[in-house]
Design a protein around this ligand. Structure first.
Ligand code: GTP
Ligand code: ZN
Length: 206
């Protein structure tokens, strides 16, 4: 029986020039489900270096459709800018749309939130946990990129804990609280109150 992380396989990599800088995109596939994840790497490092990384969960609405209903698109852009400013780093782009429930179910959850539920209540009303994501693929992806020690750009303590459980040395957490808007302030407040997210209170001030 292969361990969960051994189900992931590196397939290929290529140059990816972007408006933020020239990255390399690395494609990984999960053997059983065919789910594809990618890593964007920038610059070089030694195994003993501390590398800035972002674990970014796919959010079509935020990442590609300019939604202000969440902070994802703002965080994606800021994370890539941080990596380029630092001179090196990695962004793991994980196909975990909707905190793992998928795009159509996220739209169903949004519909329930339009009726007054919060983002946790909506997931649970649909029969899902508040957060269905797992992070075992990060181990295979970071090992392939020779990243052992990380500075993690996140407000989500579950990501820090998940990497530590994978024996990845999380040296520091760097907040990434960009993109607070009038449309997502309540969503973010719910994440701090119910999902343990660490946002500085001043940025959510009323
Ligand atoms: N089910 C559900 N998923 C959502 C909702 N809003 C955003 N998402 C998904 O949540 C994921 C992003 O998670 P966030 O909670 O924004 O942030 P995080 O990645 O957990 O934490 P950070 O690293 O601090 O950004 C993406 O997969 C989004 O599609 C929602 O209302 N319901
Ligand atoms: Zn989003």
């Amino acid at each position: 029986m292969t361990s969960k992380s051994q189900q992931y396989r590196f397939v290929s990599a290529a140059k990816l020039p972007t408006r933020k800088g020239e990255f390399t995109i690395h494609g990984f596939v999960e053997e059983n489900s065919g789910v594809e994840h990618v890593a964007l790497s920038y610059g070089t490092w030694q195994p003993e270096d501390v590398v800035p990384i972002r674990i970014h969960s796919e959010c079509l609405t935020g990442d590609a459709l300019f939604s202000t209903r969440c902070d994802c698109g703002f965080q994606l852009e800021r994370a890539m800018e941080n990596i380029v400013e630092n001179g090196c780093g990695v962004l793991l782009y994980l196909r975990q749309e909707g905190r793992g429930i998928g795009l159509i179910n996220k739209i169903r959850a949004y519909h329930l939130q339009d009726q007054g539920m919060d983002t946790v209540e909506a997931n649970e009303h649909l029969g899902f946990d508040a957060d269905m994501r797992t992070y075992e693929m990060c181990k295979v992806m970071l090992d392939k990129l020779n990243v052992k020690n990380v500075e993690l750009m996140t407000n989500n303590p579950r990501k820090t804990a998940a990497l530590k459980d994978l024996d990845i040395n999380v040296v520091a957490r760097k907040p990434i609280d960009h993109g607070i808007t009038k449309d997502n302030k309540n969503y973010i407040k719910t994440k701090t109150e119910k999902l343990g997210h660490a946002f500085d209170p001043h940025i959510l001030g009323d």
